[in-house]
Design a protein around this ligand. Structure first.
Ligand code: UT7
Length: 416
């Protein structure tokens, strides 16, 4: 932030002025997403754990999910999605005042993944921080962005949801490893005195569910050690049934609360964009709101659960597919570990066409996250995935190509 009084450059200069300040609204001006090219199908999983395509599709609606290549990270995927959102917004990366990156799979404990993204997208002036609210993280970040903009603290805020979950899964636990995938989505929120934009927020946290989805080791309570690794405590654990119950109880009520706070009714919302965890959970939301399924956007079949990335990926795809028009009201809604849940009702004002050429304009191989000098990580691909990722036609470049401190070779195939 570059202003002495906390007012972003370009925002209404109200501090010290006696003139009544006009209401500043937070409009979505940019959106983008990136998913890795590598597909992990249900058939692939049948070879790894005791499961079946039929079970996974009928119980979750998931057919396939994406897996990040060895050279990819949460920061690299988040940077591509971010640049696509910035491209759609038609602004320069350096116009962003605040970067919020929601993730439960940061590249490192420190620095923040947001800081790595800030450098990769060529921004010199924004404040950057991560948001830890698990699968609700993007919605929490979006709500925070709205608050910064409406208070006059920022003119343009970049909100990213990015996850690399496939490196935190136990591929012997069929209750979790079939659910999750990798990817990133982003949105730019911009200040405007025009009506519309983000209308109403509802956020909840129910800590009695704290240990229903958790990653036991690696934090201060249980630092990583040979013992924690031997106990598999570096993998995501989940009580699926309890989580399912929480989701079906809470998602519709959280969405409804946000819709009503906006002075609207569910019928006024042309599209709900829910967290993509399980098609049965999304069906329960539709039922709870007494709406047909065609008012719910779904892509869980293609990506599985990408946690904080799920809502922004879905939002970008919904807009680019023509499911959202200028003037429409939409509601984004998510739930996740914590237990957290959140919803924001938005009056969409941007021209959907702005997002459609972002995939072509921003190529993943042109985006580089700086790596540390004099340090090389071990091969990040879980052994259970290595065979699948080594098959012919893979998009995974040899690990040796990734030299710390040097840019990646420009020959990586384009992934969309
Ligand atoms: O972002 C938030 C993240 N988490 C979630 O959203 C998860 C919410 N929960 C769910 O989506 C569901 O609870 C699951 C998909 C995880 C599980 O579906 P379910 O219908 O609740 O199944 P279940 O846990 O009750 O298991 C039913 C049966 C069990 O076998 P028995 O005891 O009836 O013989 C499980 O052992 O299905 C078995 N099972 C499987 N079978 C084949 C569990 N996982 C699998 C599997 N393949 N992958």
């Amino acid at each position: 932030m570059h202003s002495a009084n906390g007012t972003a450059p370009g925002a209404s200069p109200s501090v010290g002025s006696t003139a009544p300040r006009k209401r500043i609204n937070a409009h979505v001006t940019g959106w983008g997403r990136y998913v890795p090219a590598q597909i992990l199908s249900n058939k692939d999983l049948e070879r790894m754990v005791d499961t079946s395509d039929e079970w996974i599709v009928s119980r979750t609606g998931i057919s396939e999910r994406r897996v990040a290549a060895a050279h990819e990270t949460t920061a690299s995927m988040g940077s591509v999605a971010a640049l696509r959102a910035i491209h759609a917004a038609g602004i320069d990366p350096d116009e962003i005042d605040l970067i919020l990156l929601a993730t439960l799979t940061p590249d490192y404990w420190m620095p923040s993944t947001a800081a790595l993204v800030k450098e990769a997208i060529g921004n010199t002036r924004a404040a950057a921080m991560d948001v830890a609210a698990a699968c609700s993280g993007f919605v929490y970040g979006f709500a925070t962005a709205q608050a910064w903009i409406e208070s006059g603290l920022a003119k343009h805020v970049l909100v990213i949801g990015a996850e690399l979950l496939t490196r935190f899964l136990d591929y012997t636990d069929r209750g979790t490893c079939i659910l999750f995938g990798d990817g990133a989505g982003a949105a730019v929120l911009s200040a405007s005195e025009e009506p519309g934009g983000s209308l109403a927020i509802e956020l909840t946290t129910e800590p009695q569910g704290a240990y229903m989805i958790w990653l036991p080791a690696g934090g201060a309570k249980s630092p990583p050690s040979a013992e924690t690794i031997a106990r598999g405590e570096h993998f995501i654990r989940m009580e699926g049934k309890e989580t399912y119950r929480f989701a079906t109880r809470t998602l519709a009520s959280t969405a409804l609360e946000s819709v009503r706070k906006a002075g609207l009714e569910p019928d006024d919302i042309s599209l709900f964009i829910p967290h993509q965890a399980n098609i049965r959970i999304i069906e329960a939301v539709a039922k709870g709101l007494d709406l047909p399924m065609d008012r719910m956007y779904t892509n869980v079949d293609r990506y599985g659960n990408t946690s904080a990335a799920s809502v922004p990926i879905a939002m970008a795809e919904a807009v680019n597919e023509g499911r959202v028009k200028a003037g429409d009201n939409i509601t984004i809604v998510a739930f996740g570990a914590g237990f957290t849940s959140g919803a924001v009702t938005i009056n969409w004002t941007a021209d959907p066409a702005r997002g459609r050429d972002a995939d072509e304009a921003i190529r993943p191989q042109d985006v580089h996250v700086r790596l540390p000098v004099d340090w090389d990580s071990v091969d990040p691909i879980p052994p259970a995935l290595a065979e699948i990722m080594a098959r012919p036609g893979t998009v995974n470049p040899p690990l040796d190509d990734v030299v710390p401190g040097e840019p990646e070779p420009a020959s990586h195939p384009v992934a969309r």
